[in-house]
Design a protein around this ligand. Structure first.
Ligand code: HEM
Length: 370
């Protein structure tokens, strides 16, 4: 990943590709992948299989990001794609490196031998190189097309590939675990499932492509409540360039600062005033006004997606796709009620559910009586 001045230049160049207007222009591609998801869940429901929601959402997000980024569907939902396998090995390798007491990957071949990350990163880069050669990648409104339009020659081919890999890596795990958490919560709250289904039917009766995410306040509230209570990125790591004073002590330059974002929310009186004191309860209604409209909370979002120059560029995309997926899945299916013990967390590259979320889906017409 780029750092310093190089990062700053690239970040300025890629930001317009994630503006609200750009994200709206990607919606036709988003709808195609959401439709694939509904088909895949339909097949699994038909076979009465328990669905590994964590895996299906990972496939969904890999396909979604590849479609939105360069109009190329990896096809992971239909059969586990090589790109997804590479991504999984790469992220596991990255985690090993993050927690390793010694930088073993700096010795020639040792990194590859221990964690396989170098090889899989090279594979991902090669796959993207190939996609970039395909004219279809810029035929529709895609992130790549916007990047090329905005940046012209300002981003080298290598920088372009590196940025696309970063988007794929940063966007897949965060979004897919958040969706898995959201479906787990819906399984624990059957009345919410019915309410989201009714909202979907009332607001966009013709299905996706005929309504906007901002017209789905309840689905938005459930998504935001999921991000609040199961924040997959509960800390961000910053490094100061200049010395500063903190609680009477001088923090020297280049100190790593671990910002415990979720804990800040939990302990902040301001946040409790804005969202209520029942911080441990899953209650999406805290994001709904009396008239039923969605009430955003910017300060909470800055804890979830980061704050300032380095904050998440994928925030608007994630907040658009998340509610849309919840709404469309509940339009078509009901989830069997969760009767197991509460799921804890596992620290991975992000905070994931302690084990894969496994749920049973039934077609909404088959009526499970909820
Ligand atoms: C629920 C979903 C998501 C969450 C919770 C999330 C959260 C975050 C957080 C906390 C950061 C670090 C911010 C900081 O250091 O201050 C980050 C960075 C980043 N995210 Fe996301 N993210 C999500 C989805 C996405 C998506 C969908 C994409 C792209 C398709 C994306 C792309 C990125 C990139 C490229 C960075 C690095 C930014 C930089 O350092 O310049 N994220 N994200």
């Amino acid at each position: 990943m780029a750092e310093g001045r190089q990062w700053s230049k690239q970040r300025r160049l890629i930001s317009p590709a994630f503006s609200a207007m750009s994200v709206q222009s990607y919606l036709p591609l988003v709808h195609m992948i959401v439709e694939n998801l509904i088909v895949e869940l339909g097949n699994l429901a038909h076979e009465e299989k328990v669905v590994n929601v964590s895996l299906v959402m990972r496939c969904f997000d890999a396909d979604l990001i590849s479609k939105v980024a360069f109009n190329s569907d990896f096809g992971s939902l239909q059969k586990r794609s090589q790109e997804l396998v590479d991504l999984t090995v790469f992220l596991d390798g990255l985690l090993k490196r993050l927690i390793s007491p010694i930088p073993y990957w700096k010795a020639p071949w040792v990194g590859q031998w221990i964690d396989g990350a170098d090889h899989t990163l090279a594979n991902l880069e090669k796959a993207l190189e190939k996609i970039l050669e395909d004219p279809a990648s810029t035929e529709r409104s895609t992130v790549l097309k916007k990047l090329v339009e905005v940046t012209g020659e300002k981003l080298s081919h290598r920088e372009l590939v590196a940025n696309l890999v970063t988007l794929f890596v940063a966007g897949t795990d965060t979004s897919s675990h958040s969706l898995a958490w959201a479906f787990y919560e819906l399984a624990r709250h059957p009345t919410l499932q019915q309410a989201i289904a009714s909202e979907a039917a009332a607001r966009s009766p013709a299905g996706p492509g005929h309504g906007k995410a901002d017209a789905l306040p309840l689905a938005q509230a459930v998504w935001m409540e999921t991000l609040r209570s199961h924040t997959v990125t509960p800390l961000v790591v910053l490094e100061n360039l200049e010395a500063f004073t903190l609680a009477g002590r001088t923090v020297p330059p280049h100190t790593q600062l671990f910002m415990l974002m979720r804990e800040m929310g939990r302990r902040s009186p301001e946040m409790q005033r804005a969202l209520g004191e029942d911080w441990e309860t899953f209650r999406p209604e805290r994001f709904l006004a009396e008239d039923g409209s969605f009430v955003a909370c910017a300060s909470l979002e800055s804890l979830i997606f980061g704050q300032g120059a380095r904050s998440c560029p994928g925030r608007i995309l994630a907040n658009t796709v998340g509610p849309l997926v919840l709404s469309e899945v509940m339009r078509h299916f009901r989830i069997e009620e969760w009767r197991g013990a509460e799921l804890g967390e596992r620290t991975n590259m992000v905070q994931a559910p302690e084990r894969d979320v496994e749920l049973r889906f039934v077609k909404a017409d088959d009526n499970m009586g909820c």
